[in-house]
Design a protein around this ligand. Structure first.
Ligand code: MG
Ligand code: MG
Length: 273
């Protein structure tokens, strides 16, 4: 069952997502070779709690972290640890959720560490751009398949990357994961119609190589079966008659990345606007 949100609920969702993006911006300011997943996880959790919110992921089905921290060939759901030391040339996919005033925010960004190969930087840029193309397709009157179609068309047809099929975007609100599922592949004009008040998290997960994934023995970490790098960007958006609103604000992250000498800039928002 899809829960359509009122204007008041959408404002609360925007506030939850603001906390999420402040936490991701803090992560963006910290990213450098030598720092660990545990360090960014601790800093993000403190920021979330300082805002009177709680980390959505911590304890979710037993997940131990406040962030999901997925390095290189890890796609999503990586567990942040102190042994997970970031190295020059890595890409770090960081997914964050925050629960505030009864509603969850959810957003993700892939950060390059130091000097990353042009091939992998392009994977990040294309995945990020595919997210904005998907957001542009998430309008009243379109269908869920239209969102997946534009991602698949761009990422698989134009770039021959692999889109992960096993994990998808989702409705978001009082629950972290609500109906409907939002696949990153699909056919134009298929699937449920997007109606006023729908709030969804759109999150393309794109593999440099093949689309197949596996899960580590820890029961959480999803990785690319061919062990090639993978990128992940996510926005929570509200679909409204007056136009779709992006509730998560990556400009906060992009501002920190521009200041951080240890990170090559991968923002695309300015280009797309
Ligand atoms: Mg997420
Ligand atoms: Mg999500």
């Amino acid at each position: 069952m899809v829960y359509y949100k009122t204007d008041e609920e959408i404002e609360l969702l925007r506030q939850s997502n603001l906390v999420v993006c402040k936490a991701l911006a803090l992560v963006g300011s910290m990213i450098r070779p030598g720092i660990s997943g545990a360090e960014i996880d601790k800093a993000a959790e403190e920021l979330i709690r300082d805002h009177g919110a709680s980390p959505s992921f911590k304890g979710y089905q037993g997940f131990p972290g406040s962030l999901c921290v997925s390095v290189n060939d890890q796609v999503v759901h990586g567990i942040p640890t102190k042994d997970q030391i970031f190295e020059d040339g890595d890409i770090i996919s960081v997914d964050c959720g925050a629960y505030l005033n009864g509603f969850h925010g959810d957003s993700a960004f892939t950060f390059p560490v130091g000097e990353v190969s042009e091939e992998v930087m392009e994977l990040c840029r294309v995945t990020n751009t595919s997210l904005y193309k998907a957001v542009d397709a998430a309008v009243v009157g379109n269908r869920l398949g239209d969102i997946g179609f534009v991602v698949q068309q761009y990422v698989e047809r134009e770039y021959s990357y692999g889109i992960v099929r096993e994990l998808v975007g989702h409705g978001i609100g009082k629950e972290l994961h609500e109906a409907p599922e939002v696949p990153n592949y699909g056919k134009r004009g298929r699937g449920a119609k997007l109606k006023h008040g729908l709030v969804i998290a759109i999150e393309p997960m794109v593999n440099l190589g093949r689309k197949e994934v596996r899960t580590e023995q820890d029961g959480w970490t999803v990785y690319a079966k061919d062990r090639q790098p993978s990128a992940h960007y996510e926005h929570s958006v509200a679909v409204l008659k007056t136009g779709t609103i992006t509730l998560s604000d990556h400009s906060l992250i992009e501002e920190e990345l521009e200041k951080n000498e240890n990170v090559q800039f991968v923002g695309v928002k300015a280009e797309m606007a």
